[in-house]
Design a protein around this ligand. Structure first.
Ligand SMILES: [Zn+2]
Length: 424
């Protein structure tokens, strides 16, 4: 049993980066010119660290992914083909195989082998740690390129995905992961993994583990092989490719469907300064073809009451309206309750009401109209277009552009003007 104080034993572990060597600046090779020379990076916001240059990163890079479905569980059963290990939370540590550990690593039985939990297969290795609140936390530590494969397979419908679409997603996923980890301090200092990991959910990027997990329901073996090979090829073709702006990792986001026009990153995520601007997108045509362009939902008085209490503005919502008049996309919202009002970001409103119900800020109408009184006991009907936050790359638009034979680089330039693709 470890007798170390919790704060000491908690994080001797870490190293998101397996520091093998620091590549020289010459190893950073620009492979595409900037589309828009005027797309200069904005001045860095006070207090925010500058994103790293690709040449600042050590290679190879190992990513720690938090498996959300395991968060807080009291017992985890891990397998590697030749061994099964049951891990339980015990006090401040873990118990496995009759011994107590401050944390526990679990690896594949041999080179190139797999590990699995809950029927899902993963590359790399597992790390089990005590969850800060209760139970256990499971993390998959995996090399960057294997991680990117798991995101491409987790984010896109592989049965219909085009090669350029897969490649664009791979570059976007790699860039998001490195930028996000760098800005969380993971690439610049040793820190606790819970502050330096990526979620395997859409809170960061949907990561499915090995692509085979995303293909488990495909009956045809040849189809499974074809789709897995397409993911592998896209990641290989773009290996080490990231988007940079002014030589530094770009702050990029992506979403399912913008509704016909993407928005400036800063408008959707207040406080960011990326220089990323919105652009036209053909996804409304694609969505119309798929008959899924528009959505609507009516929030009940009960749902609105819960919102009012959470925001501390009473027991019911009296009215909602965007702060900006006639916006393309709601970004700031004035919410009035029966005992107060508050201005919040649309992101927060969507998070509180349910991202799958209030699907996007591309709102085309509400009843009652924005700002009009919602009757006591009445609901709030919303209809709109698109799915997701609407900033950066639109996955539905990317699919359509790839079908029109746009290359992945051209697609990325379209959604991220002023960026270039560099290899690490
Ligand atoms: Zn779109």
């Amino acid at each position: 049993m470890s007798k170390k104080p919790a704060r000491l034993r908690a994080w001797t572990f870490v190293a998101l980066l397996a520091a093998c060597h620091a590549p020289t600046r010459e190893s950073s090779r620009v492979i595409t010119p900037p589309l828009n020379e005027t797309g200069a990076a904005p001045p860095n916001a006070p207090g925010r660290p500058l994103p790293p240059r690709p040449s600042d990163l050590n290679w190879p890079i190992e990513i720690a992914v938090r498996i959300e479905a395991a968060e807080g569980q009291g017992r985890l059963i891990l397998e590697n083909g030749s061994r099964t290990l049951t891990v339980r939370r015990l006090g401040e540590g873990l118990e496995a195989g009759g011994r107590v550990h401050p944390r526990l690593g679990f690896e594949a039985s041999g080179p190139g082998g797999e590990i699995s939990w809950n029927g899902k297969r993963y590359g790399g290795r597992f790390e089990v740690v005590p969850h800060p609140q209760k139970g256990l936390r499971l993390m998959n530590l995996v090399d960057l390129e294997t991680y990117v494969e798991g995101v491409v397979a987790g984010e896109l419908p592989l049965w219909s995905a085009q090669p350029a679409e897969l490649e664009a997603q791979a570059i976007a996923a790699r860039t998001y992961a490195l930028y996000t980890l760098a800005m969380r301090g993971a690439l610049t200092r040793v820190t606790e993994p819970r502050h330096a990991s990526l979620s395997d959910s859409v809170a960061d990027q949907a990561y499915c583990g090995l692509p085979a997990n995303a293909l488990a329901d495909v009956e045809s073996e040849s189809s499974r092989q074809r789709m897995a090979a397409a993911v592998d090829t896209a990641v290989q073709q773009t290996r080490g490719g990231v988007l940079t702006r002014e030589g530094r990792l770009a702050d990029i986001r992506y979403h399912a469907s913008c509704g016909g026009k993407t928005s400036n990153l800063e408008a959707v995520f207040p406080g960011t300064e990326s220089g990323a601007v919105g652009t036209d997108c053909p996804c409304d045509e694609a969505d119309a073809q798929a008959q899924k362009r528009e959505w609507k939902y009516t929030f009940t008085a009960t749902q609105l009451g819960a919102l009012a209490r959470t925001l501390g503005i009473g027991d019911r919502i009296v009215s909602l309206k965007p702060v900006q008049e006639r916006p393309w996309r709601w970004s700031e919202v004035q919410v009035a309750g029966d005992s107060g009002q508050i201005q919040i970001s649309f992101l927060r409103l969507r998070s509180l009401l349910g991202p799958s119900l209030l699907r996007s800020g591309r709102i085309e109408g509400t009843w009652p109209h924005p700002g009009d009184s919602i009757q006591s006991g009445g609901g709030w009907a919303v209809y709109g277009a698109g799915h997701g936050h609407g900033a950066g790359l639109c996955q539905t638009g990317t699919h359509l552009l790839a079908k029109r034979e746009w290359s992945s680089v051209r697609i990325l330039r379209h959604y991220f003007a002023g960026t270039v693709v560099q290899t690490l």
